[in-house]
Design a protein around this ligand. Structure first.
Ligand SMILES: Cc1cc2nc3c(=O)[nH]c(=O)nc-3n(C[C@H](O)[C@H](O)[C@H](O)COP(=O)(O)OP(=O)(O)OC[C@H]3O[C@@H](n4cnc5c(N)ncnc54)[C@H](O)[C@@H]3O)c2cc1C
Length: 403
């Protein structure tokens, strides 16, 4: 019986586990290890800081689902991988042997990137259920005594889409709370231009965002580097200091600690080094999927400020599907190995703006593309709502093969 161990129980980890079970059917034992018991539909975290969702509305316990599908679940944190011995060590003292190991552990948040950044400093976070919930509590106080706001992303950040979503929601919730006239809103981004999103933008995207910003009276600085976050302002590398009582800034992401503690596993940022089959570049029975892997950034040097490329939910699932197919192939399956260059994965995203949204689609994440568009959704934010229900349903029922 082959031992297949999946580390991570969210988008990429759940998809990889269910796909392995689907491809192998028998003769394998699949174990999922995750430091969180819950699957969290992270894209809806942008609604938690305004009370539109509670963390528990968008989470569920993965253990019963995994067990129902004939797999084992271990609620524990991996602290080290020993690739030469084919073992993982956990915080709880377990030593697990594997024949194939799939790492789908997402990313950590690099708050130390700037002085004053993050919830222990002077800016709010929406990047974990606990942070998003704390930001909601702080928002309720802010409404009573509002002031200027700076929302954006710091140099090296890659998840600008979530920042834009938070910005648009923040602006609309200020209107709903009747405080908009007291809140000057400024967006600051390392992207070379508005709507680059770390993927080279979309046709007409910059113009569309500029139109929205003008209409909604949102000021912005693009290709801009924040250097410090202070209690009541944000400082830029240009020397400009922008008053800001409220700040929500996307930090850079980096790999999880166990990757740094397992020499040879990841790059200097702690992301797992894989080839286009999502197989480790050195250890052939280790695979990576989702936010935890290192992907090429063809936009380095575009603009003056460094920024990363996003690894969103759809590409995370696609990588996991490729990994499962390739593990089957390398363990006696038919057919060819599957190679999927990261930039060739389709871009599929809904950018929510509170009761309005933009649908973003491209047949490839990076140029060259045959189809690429960004369009306002005439239905309001039905798309984001439907995606949330669909993804939660899919994850709860182990439907990994579908979009
Ligand atoms: C606020 C926000 C909004 C977003 N909005 C969108 C959106 O609208 N559309 C979209 O496509 N994408 C969006 N994304 C990106 C999307 O959430 C990610 O692409 C997706 O979560 C990546 O999935 P993953 O499984 O690779 O990593 P994660 O979802 O981060 O999961 C990592 C898993 O690994 C586990 N883990 C971590 N370390 C360890 C360890 N040492 N040992 C054991 N387990 C471990 C965790 O418990 C977790 O289960 C958003 C992200 C954020 C932060």
């Amino acid at each position: 019986m082959k031992e297949l161990v999946v580390v991570g129980g969210n988008f990429a980890g759940m998809t990889a586990a269910f796909e392995l079970k689907r491809h192998f059917k028998k003769d394998v034992h699949v174990t999922v290890i995750s430091k969180l018991r819950e699957f969290v539909y992270i894209p809806s975290l942008i609604w938690v800081p305004f009370g539109r969702r509670k963390a528990e509305d968008i989470s569920f316990d993965v253990e019963p689902v995994i067990k129902k599908h004939g797999m084992d679940f271990i609620h524990d944190e991996v602290i080290k991988v020993l690739p030469e011995q084919n073992k993982v060590l956990t915080k709880g003292g377990k030593e697990l042997a594997y024949d194939e190991l799939i790492l789908a552990t997402g990313a950590d948040l690099k708050w130390e990137a700037l002085p004053g950044l993050g919830p222990k400093g002077h800016s709010r976070s929406i990047f974990t259920p606990a942070h998003a919930t704390a930001t909601y509590e702080a928002w309720k106080e802010f409404v009573k005594n509002p002031g200027p706001a700076v929302i954006g992303a710091v140099p090296g950040a890659s998840c600008m889409g979530a920042g834009y979503e938070y910005l648009m929601n923040f602006e609309q919730y200020c209107r709903k709370a009747k405080i908009r006239d007291k809140v000057k809103v400024t967006w600051i981004t390392p992207e070379p231009y508005l709507g680059h999103f770390g993927i080279g933008g979309m046709p007409g995207g910059e113009k569309l965002l500029k139109t929205f910003f003008k209409k909604l009276d949102i000021d912005f600085r693009a290709d801009a580097a924040i250097t410090e976050v202070k209690e009541n302002s944000v400082v830029l590398s240009s020397g400009e200091e922008i008053p800001a009582k409220w700040k929500m800034l996307v930090p850079p992401f980096l790999g999880q600690k166990y990757v740094f503690d397992s020499p040879g596993l990841g790059d200097e940022k702690g992301f797992i080094t894989v080839d286009e089959a999502y197989r480790h570049t050195t250890y052939k029975n280790i695979w990576g999927a989702g936010l935890s892997v290192a992907v090429p950034n063809p936009f380095k040097g575009e603009g003056h400020v460094p920024f990363g490329v996003p690894k969103t939910g759809y590409p995370s699932d696609e990588m996991a599907k490729v990994v499962a197919k390739n593990i089957k192939k390398t363990n006696g399956g038919d057919g060819e190995m599957h190679f999927l260059p990261y930039g060739n994965i389709a871009g599929l995203c809904i950018l929510d703006g509170c009761n309005k949204e933009m649908i973003i689609f491209s047949n490839h994440l990076y140029e060259p593309r045959k189809v690429a568009f960004i369009l306002p959704d005439p239905t309001g934010d039905l798309g984001k709502w439907m995606l949330e229900k669909y993804f939660l349903f899919k994850a709860k029922h182990g439907i990994s093969w579908a979009l």
